[in-house]
Design a protein around this ligand. Structure first.
Ligand SMILES: [Zn+2]
Length: 113
């Protein structure tokens, strides 16, 4: 699954923070841009799998979609989007030669119980 490395990173970061603080993680706030290679549903699913049998099992993952600029490198059309398709193409010229700008996947906050 494509989102697994990102989900594992989030689990590891939250586990590290929880150990350092000696507390239980209640929820994790994540920001996601259109340049993340997966969509939020996939990330949630991967997070559920990655956190299984860890102290983070059942922890809430709150994903905020952050818009980013999607630019067509062929016709120059750009559009702000919060998510893109798996095989994004330019709405004007159907080129798939796109540059997708965004925050990727960022952990903004780890909330403890
Ligand atoms: Zn175009």
């Amino acid at each position: 699954m494509h989102g697994m490395p990102a989900a594992k990173e989030i689990v590891e970061a939250a586990q590290g923070a929880a150990e350092k603080e000696g507390r239980t993680v209640k929820s994790i706030e994540v920001e996601m841009g259109p340049d993340a290679a997966i969509n939020s549903e996939e990330l949630e699913l991967c997070f559920d799998v990655a956190s299984q049998d860890t102290a983070l099992e059942g922890t809430e993952l709150n994903i905020t979609l952050k818009p980013g600029l999607v630019e067509c490198l062929d016709c120059g059309k750009s559009e702000e989007k919060t998510r893109v398709d798996h095989l994004p193409s330019c709405p004007a010229c159907y080129s798939t030669n796109l540059k997708i700008n965004g925050v990727g996947i960022v952990i903004k906050d780890i909330v403890f119980e």
